[in-house]
Ligand binder design. Structure first.
Ligand code: F6R
Length: 604
């Protein structure tokens, strides 16, 4: 997490750095800061909280120069206050950092006599460079010497007073790109950060470091050998999304879903021939297992996909949380297909899992929203979801597009493994094609859901229950509620509740039951009865047929449009998203940037 940006150029940099930080705010918003070198040396402005706070600081104490670095922070080491905000200074050196220096305590102890101002892992880097300069090393050697001492993950931007037109930068484990301008050079965590400045980028590779000056970028590999890295021209899609008339990005993104799911389908389903297109490079007949790895919401899309691939294509699927998978030494056969699911394409643990599988010789695919991301570039096959920029920290439209893409790919797998009749294919393709319209109908439930949310917002905790493909949607419903309303919530397989958690049900405990009319409907309704009879307040999310069959067991009923049960998880998702959104709005939380979170989790 954390976002970094730097400019070395011909004109003043502050305003452009702040604009870049706003584009990077999704990577963290605990604090922000910028540092410049001007005629009077190294200067900085920092502020706790969001970029707006930094802008206020800069209004009061303007700061400018032709070279500068900037940072937006998601705190790892040290509380999110101004002292711990980047850039960190020591002597002549200013540093911004994304990642974690794991051996920072050891390094601090190796510098007797140095006084540290912050609790961060980053500050030691400024000390190490200054120490090397004091030992007579050139700035280039001091930077390289310091990199060699570091363990952990990093993307750095470093400026040194006295070296007034060069930025030193490096990447290992955290993404970093160099931007090329007209007599200017930039560095940024991603293409989005630099979109206002240039579309010409050089992505640094693992272990690379570089020195950029207005007319030049010298790049070196881990061993210090000079290397050339390919230039990439970024085309389209990086405009800063606008909220339009919506109160929050999250609501806008919820409402965009008929369109975004339609865009995903356009890539994977041939609506005229009612068939799923097999993505290029994927031959399911040669795989005997699929490994889906992801984190958070993206992981839940993988759990739904397990049902699709196993039931439709008769292929075994392992789904795992990336942070667990990577350290478990999993047994992986070469005939496996690895699929990383990630909106950002940068999540550190998911990326590490992808690299691990690549090292085992497994075919890797990355199902991502950001096609300029590291995962899209490193996987053998990049599978786009085409949801467009997702700004709300709580993922909504990316999730339904992940589901849609995975359902379509499962359908194509079914076809290529000859596990399907043409009639079944037509039925399932039809169900997919109708999804955008069904989502639109589900969005019409918004006013009713807003009212239900008002009651929910008075609760301290809630349960979400489902069976089959609705289990991961129950998990996702609970996650959405937790992360934006701060109400404690748990998602459970409906049949599992009586094995312990039912003890938590009291009079009035809200239980959101996901039960569209499918082969598990009656079983879910029995579980509903079990909690209702213990006083739970039931909010039933079902479809038209389910509503007719349930009577009046629920306190509230949200009736989504009926669909083929194949795509039902996509439709019930709309209801749980709106429920979480309105609950958070009733509580007055910061819906788009909830506390403690960041959109892109680039540390493990
Ligand atoms: C929750 C949410 C997170 C992400 C997770 C993975 O609303 O957004 O749980 O899904 O951090 O992020 P990506 O998909 O970028 O790998």
């Amino acid at each position: 997490m954390c976002g970094i940006i730097g400019i070395t150029g011909q004109s003043t940099v502050t305003e452009r750095l702040v604009d870049g930080l706003k584009r990077l705010e999704y990577r963290g918003y605990d604090s922000s800061g910028i540092a410049v070198i001007n005629g009077t040396g190294l200067k900085r402005a920092r502020a706790e909280g969001k970029i707006k706070a930094l802008e206020r600081t800069l209004d009061m104490t303007p700061l400018d120069g032709h070279i500068g670095i900037a940072h937006t922070r998601w705190a790892t080491h040290g509380v999110p206050n101004e002292t711990n905000a980047h850039p960190h200074f020591y002597g002549r050196v200013g540093v911004v950092h994304n990642g974690i220096i794991e051996n920072f305590l050891e390094l601090r102890n190796s510098l007797p006599g140095h006084k540290f101002q912050t609790e961060t892992d980053t500050e030691v880097v400024a000390h190490l460079i200054e120490d090397s300069l004091n030992r007579g090393l050139s700035p280039k050697d001091a930077f390289e010497d310091t990199l060699k001492k570091l363990k952990g993950a990093y993307a750095f931007g470093v400026i040194i007073d006295g070296v007034d037109d060069q930025i030193f930068c490096a990447r290992a484990g955290s993404p970093l790109a160099i931007g090329i301008g007209e007599d200017e050079m930039y560095l940024g965590s991603d293409a989005m950060a630099l979109a206002q400045l240039t579309n010409k980028l050089i992505y640094l590779e693992e272990g690379d470091w570089a020195i950029i000056s207005p007319k030049d970028a010298q790049i070196f590999d881990r061993e210090g050998a000079s290397v050339t890295r390919e230039e990439t021209i970024i085309t389209g899609g990086l405009a800063m999304a606008e909220k339009g008339n919506y109160r929050h990005f999250m609501l806008k993104e919820i409402y965009e879903q008929p369109e975004t799911v339609g865009r995903t389908l356009a890539n994977y389903v041939d609506e005229f021939n009612l068939t799923a297109n097999l993505p290029e490079g994927l031959d399911f007949s040669k795989f005997d297992r699929i490994i889906i790895i992801a984190c958070g919401t993206a992981y839940y899309s993988g759990v739904v996909a397990k049902y699709w691939f196993e039931q439709l294509a008769n292929i075994a699927v392992d789904v795992d949380i990336a942070s667990e998978f990577r350290y478990r030494e999993p047994v992986i056969s070469e005939n496996s297909l690895f699929i990383a699911v990630s909106q950002s394409g940068e999540t550190a643990d998911t990326l590490a899992a992808l690299r691990y599988c690549q090292s085992k010789g497994v075919t890797t695919a990355a199902l991502v929203n950001v096609m300029t991301s590291t995962m899209a570039r490193e996987a053998d096959i990049a599978l786009p979801i085409n949801a467009g920029p997702e700004i709300g920290v709580a993922s909504t439209k990316a999730f339904t597009s992940q589901l849609t893409a995975l359902a379509s790919i499962a359908l194509s797998a079914m076809k290529s493994r000859k596990n399907i009749s043409r009639d079944a294919e037509i039925r399932l393709a039809n169900a997919l094609i109708k999804t955008p319209r069904k989502i639109k109908e589900a969005l019409e439930l918004d006013p009713q859901i807003e009212q239900i949310a008002f009651e929910l917002s008075k609760s301290r905790s809630a349960f979400y229950l489902g069976r089959g493909m609705q289990v991961p949607i129950a998990y996702e419903g609970a996650l959405k509620l937790k992360e934006i309303s701060y109400i404690h919530a748990e998602g459970y397989a409906a049949g599992e509740l009586k094995h312990g958690p039912i003890a938590l049900i009291e009079d009035g405990t809200p239980v959101i039951v996901l039960a569209p009319y499918d082969n598990l409907f009656e079983k879910t309704i029995s579980n509903l009865q079990e909690v209702a009879s213990r006083g739970a307040r039931i909010i039933l999310i079902t479809d038209e047929i389910g509503a007719k069959s349930t009577g009046s067991m629920a306190s509230e009923m949200i009736v989504v449009p009926s669909t083929d049960s194949f795509v039902a998880p996509i439709i019930t998702t709309i209801a749980i998203q709106l429920l979480a959104y309105h609950t958070a709005v009733h509580l007055g939380t910061d819906v788009d940037q909830p506390r403690n979170l960041a959109k892109s989790v680039t540390v493990e």
